[in-house]
Design a protein around this ligand. Structure first.
Ligand code: IPE
Ligand code: IPE
Ligand code: MG
Length: 235
């Protein structure tokens, strides 16, 4: 795969609920299993040389789920940050939670800030976890802050990063993976995926793992990215 420079992988981690339901378990059990998959895929990404990994953990629309499920998801996230921050430090992974913070429980916001502070010096990989994230909201909010025109795409990107609490210049998404069989973006990184290669797999997120990541990277390595130009060999 192309581990070059700024390689950015984003993943829509879908299918936890179905994974649990197929086993006669509650959906929350699928989310707990999904968290284990996050750990495996984060570590596999570090080993594969991914520079930035952005994971969709909780969308702004996920607030519409039954409140016990929402509570379970937010609790899991807090547990993840508590248990994985040390592991990320060991692997030199910088944690950054992107998305809105004004609707999250205060204890979760504190946990986020703590993990971000503790790993701020880590340079091997950036792990961005999208929580209460909506691309459309980010774009509208950045546009509102931009207000009176004269704005380049680059400065708009900086505003988007500011809205999202994104701490580093991460660049556009190179490879967008969605597990769980659906082929849609569900309001994730609409701006950043302008030229992303899209990879959809039927694997449910808890089953994805290191092998799933490698299959996606292998597929990516066979793509021909043109960015609106013509390939050198056909020019
Ligand atoms: C993805 O799994 C996790 C979140 C959206 C938080 P789902 O919970 O959407 O699982 P399915 O799609 O219902 O199987
Ligand atoms: C997208 O999955 C959000 C996350 C993976 C966090 P959803 O399951 O919420 O998306 P839809 O409803 O199928 O579009
Ligand atoms: Mg889903």
């Amino acid at each position: 795969m192309s581990a070059a420079g700024n390689f950015h992988v984003a993943i829509i981690m879908d299918g936890n609920g179905r994974w649990a339901q197929r086993r006669g378990m509650p959906r929350s059990a699928g989310h707990a299993q999904g968290a284990k998959s996050v750990r495996r895929v984060v570590e596999a990404s570090v080993r594969a040389g991914v520079r930035t990994l952005t994971l969709y953990a909780f969308s702004a629309d996920n607030w519409g789920r039954p409140s016990p499920e929402v509570d379970a998801l937010l609790r899991l996230l807090q547990c993840y940050l508590a248990s994985e921050t040390r592991r990320c430090l060991r692997n030199s992974v910088r944690i950054n939670v992107i998305g809105r913070r004004d609707r999250l429980p205060a204890s979760l916001v504190r946990a986020i800030e703590q993990s971000e502070r503790a790993t701020a010096h880590c340079t091997r990989m950036r792990l961005r976890i999208a929580v209460d994230y909506s691309s459309k909201h980010s774009i509208v909010e950045a546009a509102r802050r931009a207000a009176s025109g004269g704005l380049s795409a680059q400065s708009f990107e900086s505003l988007l990063a500011e809205v999202d609490h994104s701490v580093a210049e991460v660049g556009p998404v190179d490879l967008l993976i969605r597990t769980g069989g659906e082929q849609r973006l569900s309001d994730f990184l609409l701006w950043d995926c302008a030229y992303a290669e899209l990879y959809f797999t039927d694997a449910l997120w808890p089953d994805f793992g290191e092998a799933g990541l490698h299959a996606a990277l292998e597929d990516f390595s066979n793509r021909h990215r043109r960015f609106g130009k013509v390939l050198a060999e056909t020019a």
